[in-house]
Write a new protein. Structure first.
Length: 326
């Protein structure tokens, strides 16, 4: 049992806390909902003839089948937020009772409060990641939701207000045991002390640290985790995730929280109070209210066709490029 979460978090830029969640009560319901979505996708995209066979496949086989089926934006059906671009009235996102329960889970909030204090909001910068073995992915697949995630800091994907004023904590939750072999996260030791460094769109089209080659000379630590553990990350910790070289799926959810009364950095996506000394401040009490917030946000984004944006490169000039800082 970790005695002082805040000290360790400040010292390392991350903290791995064991056995916070219960698989049956807290996590299996999310997996059940993912399977429900999978079945819905199957009913919409697979012919009735094929359906008979596929409906009895297990999770792994069914998802693999669907991912080969050229379903447009398959990962968006499982994404726990609106897509970044090309928003339209039909833009789908995955929001369910089990996810709302996870975001508002008291066991998670208790740990978060050790760092942020009791006034906590859910931040809409959140993802689900269903990662098949890399060998099943197309060679040029570049998307951190399904393949490896490039080197980045989480503050780097917030807008300027968020970068400046938001105390953001990532809460990374494995739904499967996560190891070096199946693509756990890798963190650069003590890199949270560097502050925000420059990010840009890398060669593969994903946001990443500018001058990431400098990381080769820095020491890194793999963030392996068991089901039930959570990993909290400082917004300036430089991290990435490794490719899934195993034969099994690697599934995780990353949620984020910030101090209430701070910008989310992803306006107008829903940020809502999940913990407060004043219970009256907790207005979103069930998942239907939460989904309504996402729908309302979607309508605000329709005109501009994007749901969130951040400036890239993060800084003009090279002063904050990693090689010039370390
Ligand atoms: O799970 C992953 O692949 C990466 C997660 C990550 O980088 C994050 O949550 O910030």
């Amino acid at each position: 049992m970790i005695k002082n979460i805040k000290n360790l978090f400040d010292q390392q830029g991350f903290v791995r806390i064991k056995n916070v969640l219960n698989f049956r009560d807290d996590l299996k319901p999310v997996i059940n909902d993912i399977e429900f979505i999978m079945n819905r996708v199957m009913h919409n995209f697979v012919t009735s003839q094929k359906k008979k066979k596929i409906q009895n496949y297990d999770f792994k086989k069914k998802y693999t089948y669907l991912s080969k089926h050229k379903i447009p934006e398959l990962d968006q059906f499982f994404n726990i937020r609106l897509p970044q671009n090309n928003i339209n009235t039909n833009s789908d996102f995955f929001a369910s009772q089990s996810l709302f329960n996870l975001i508002t889970n008291k066991k998670i909030l208790k740990k978060i409060s050790k760092i942020l204090g009791c006034e906590i909001s859910s931040n809409p910068c959140q993802n689900s990641r269903i990662k098949q073995p890399e060998k099943f992915l197309k060679k040029d697949f570049n998307n951190g939701l399904v393949g490896k995630t490039p080197w980045h800091q989480d503050a780097g994907v917030l807008n300027i207000k968020g970068q400046k004023y938001t105390d953001l904590i990532t809460c990374w939750i494995p739904l499967t045991k996560t190891t070096v072999a199946n693509g756990c996260m890798l963190a650069v030791e003590k890199s949270h002390n560097l502050g925000l460094v420059n990010h840009h769109t890398g060669n593969n089209g994903q946001v990443e640290i500018k001058g990431k080659e400098a990381i080769d000379k820095m020491s890194t630590v793999p963030l392996e985790a068991n089901v039930g553990d959570i990993i909290l990350l400082n917004k300036h910790l430089i991290h990435c995730s490794l490719p899934n070289k195993s034969n099994n799926f690697r599934i995780s959810i990353d949620l984020r929280y910030n101090k209430s009364n701070q910008p989310s950095g992803r306006e107008p996506l829903p940020s809502f109070i999940v913990s407060s000394k004043n219970q009256k401040k907790i207005k979103v009490k069930n998942y239907k209210q939460w989904i309504a917030l996402w729908e309302k946000a979607k309508h605000k984004c329709l005109q501009r066709k994007w749901s969130y944006k951040y400036q890239l490169p993060t800084f003009k000039g090279k002063k904050r490029d990693l090689p010039n800082i370390v």
